[in-house]
Design a protein around this ligand. Structure first.
Ligand SMILES: [Zn+2]
Length: 69
């Protein structure tokens, strides 16, 4: 579910600046804990998964998979 709170403004991808992982909100799982990320102020919006990866974000194992860690 896309968000319109914290730093998020309906973008598909939500980066976690604390864990340096990016989540796909269109395939969000409970384990992603998106609301906890936003409440902690660790959310960083991305329109593109590729841009998040270029900036050093790993893919969340729950909603995207293929984590490199
Ligand atoms: Zn996730």
């Amino acid at each position: 579910m896309r968000r319109n709170n914290g730093n998020m403004k309906d973008e598909r991808y939500c980066g976690n600046t604390h864990k340096m992982e990016v989540n796909d909100l269109d395939n969000e799982k409970t384990s992603c804990q998106i609301d906890e990320i936003i409440n902690a102020g660790h959310d960083k919006p991305f329109h593109s998964l590729l841009i998040a990866q270029i900036q050093g974000y790993d893919k969340c194992n729950w909603c995207i998979g293929d984590s490199k860690r």
